[in-house]
Design a binder for this molecule. Structure first.
Ligand SMILES: [Zn+2]
Length: 330
C-alpha cells in the first residue's frame, strides 16, 4: 500500500507531480484516466488520491493515514468512495446505473464523492454510454478515476472528458526493491527485475520454483561451457532440454544466458554494481579478465541470434547445441 506521495518520487515522478499539484492548487479534474501497464500502481495511487481528497487532517498534500476517512478508504469501507470492477468479463450497464443511483443521493457524510472504474476498457458499449452521460453532467465535488491498461479501447467521447494520467513502466531497481521487500532473495530479485517491468508478474516469477531451478541450470550450463568444454552439448541434451521444455521457457533460458555475458561486460567496463548475477561477481570478474570485450559482445550477439531463430521453426535442441559450441570458442 502506498501511504505517502513522496514515496512515488522514484516510481512515478510525473504522476506524482501532476496529481499533487492539482491537490495543492485545488484544481481537481472531474475525471481522470489512469493509463499504464499492469503493476504500475494505478489502483494504489487512485486510493492515495482518494485519501488526500477525503482526509480530515492532511499534512500538506499527504493524507494523515490515521483519521476515520483514511482508515475507511484503506479498508474499502468508505461510504462515498466506490470502486467498480468487471463483473465477469465486462463492466455492465447495470453496474454504472447502480453507481449513478448511489451518487444521486447526497453524500453520506459530505458532498464529496469519488469513484474508480478499474479496467474501464471493459465497459460494454451501453455501460460506456451511461457513464458518458454521467461525465457530461459533472457534480462539482464528484471525482471519477478511470483505470486502464488499454487506453486505445476507451471511447473517444470518454477520453475527451478525462484528464489523462500516464503511468510509466517501473525501473528495474524499483521492481527489485519491491521483490526484496516481499521476501524474495537478492539474487533472484535482481534477475527477475530485469526480465519484466510488471511488478505482479515479477513476483509470480520470483516465487515460481521453475524459475529458481532455471537459474541454477543456466549457471551450471555456463560453468560447463567455461570449464568442461567437451561436455556442453551433452549437458544440453541430458539436462537443459527437459527443463526448458517449450519455446517460452527456452526464451527465458536464453535471456538468463545473455545476462551472464552482459554481467561480464559490465565488469569489463568497470560497472560491477550493475552485475545482475550478484552472487557470482568474483567468478565473473575472473572470467572478465580472460576474455576480450570483443569476444564477450560476439557471444552476446550469438545468443540474440539464437533467440531470433527460436521464433522461426528451428529444432530447439539443435539450436542450443550449436549455440554452446559457439560460446565455448575463444
Ligand atoms: Zn486522514
Amino acid at each position: 500500500m502506498i501511504n505517502n506521495w513522496h514515496t512515488l518520487e522514484s516510481l512515478q515522478p510525473r504522476v506524482m507531480r501532476l496529481l499533487t499539484n492539482s491537490i495543492q492548487k485545488q484544481r481537481l479534474a472531474h475525471a481522470y484516466l489512469f493509463e499504464g501497464k499492469k503493476g504500475t500502481g494505478k489502483r494504489d495511487i487512485g486510493l492515495l488520491f482518494a485519501k488526500s481528497y477525503f482526509c480530515e487532517d492532511p499534512i500538506h498534500v499527504n493524507p494523515c493515514n490515521k483519521c476515520r476517512n483514511c482508515k475507511r478508504i484503506d479498508s474499502g469501507n468508505h461510504p462515498d468512495v466506490h470502486i467498480i470492477e468487471p463483473d465477469g468479463l465486462s463492466i455492465k450497464k447495470s453496474q454504472i446505473h447502480d453507481l449513478q443511483a448511489e451518487f444521486s443521493k447526497s453524500g453520506v457524510e459530505s458532498n464529496k464523492k469519488l469513484y474508480m472504474i478499474i479496467h474501464a476498457d471493459k465497459m460494454t458499449v451501453n455501460a460506456a454510454n451511461s457513464l458518458l452521460k454521467f461525465l457530461e453532467e459533472p457534480n462539482a465535488s464528484t471525482i471519477a478515476i478511470l483505470v486502464t491498461e488499454q487506453y486505445h479501447k476507451i471511447l473517444n467521447t470518454i477520453l475527451s472528458r478525462c484528464q489523462l494520467v500516464q503511468f510509466q513502466p517501473l525501473p528495474p531497481e524499483a521492481i527489485q526493491n519491491q521483490l526484496e521487500a516481499a521476501g524474495v532473495s537478492k539474487h533472484i530479485a535482481a534477475i527477475v527485475a530485469n526480465m519484466t517491468n510488471d511488478s505482479e508478474e515479477a513476483l509470480e516469477m520470483a516465487k515460481d520454483d521453475w524459475f529458481a531451478s532455471a537459474r541454477t541450470k543456466m549457471i551450471k550450463l555456463y560453468e560447463v561451457i567455461v570449464s568442461r568444454k567437451g561436455q556442453a552439448p551433452i549437458y544440453v541434451h541430458t539436462e537443459w532440454m527437459n527443463h526448458f521444455s517449450d519455446k517460452e521457457k527456452q526464451q527465458t533460458g536464453l535471456d538468463l544466458l545473455l545476462y551472464i555475458y552482459k554481467d561480464i561486460l559490465s565488469v569489463q567496463l568497470g560497472n560491477k554494481e550493475q552485475v545482475i548475477f550478484n552472487d557470482m561477481v568474483q567468478q565473473l570478474t575472473q572470467h572478465a579478465l580472460q576474455m576480450t570485450q570483443r569476444s564477450v559482445t560476439d557471444k552476446m550477439t550469438s545468443i540474440l541470434e539464437a533467440k531470433n531463430r527460436l521464433h522461426a521453426n528451428v529444432n530447439p535442441q539443435l539450436l542450443m547445441e550449436q549455440l554452446v559450441l559457439t560460446l565455448q570458442e575463444g
